[in-house]
Design a protein around this ligand. Sequence first.
Ligand code: S3P
Length: 174
Amino acid sequence: MTGARNIVLMGFMGTGKTSVGKRLAERLGLSFVDMDDVIEEEEGKAISRIFAEDGEARFRECERRLVERLAARPDTVIATGGGVVLNPRNVEDYTRSGLVVCLSATPEVILGRVAQETHRPLLAGDGKRERILGLLESRQALYDAIPCRVDTSRMSIDAVVERILSLYRSLPPG
Ligand code: S3P
């Protein structure tokens, strides 16, 4: 890590990155950025439309370019999209920019959290459980490679925030 003190939340869909990130930013008086929101704003369309009309590869390019910009700015809490770990350069850049925390949850908890939602293209339609299990299996090693991890399955948002705050405050001065 360099001097920039960001907190970057990674982890699978439905693990709490956005809810936790917003509250963390409030507690620390830092700005909050949700990567998916920025990509939607800049592309002028919803993530599901980017996937459908331009393809996942185009979305990953947008994601990559945004990581390069966000990793260069200080004092920000960043909620990444669940697939940001797919490109190792994303993880490297964010690791240099601050504290990277990977949130996790059991497949059952993830399913419960995303069941009523329709905005995630990778989980659209029927068979959500199988998709979650398949994606988790293919990405598990990438999430597990992040040294700081918090399992949010049985924790309130505030409890997760407290855990991350104590990790953040225990870092040596940057
Ligand atoms: C994705 C996760 C989504 C979003 C896109 C792809 C993924 O973000 O970036 O739908 O590949 O896991 P959330 O994790 O915020 O749902």
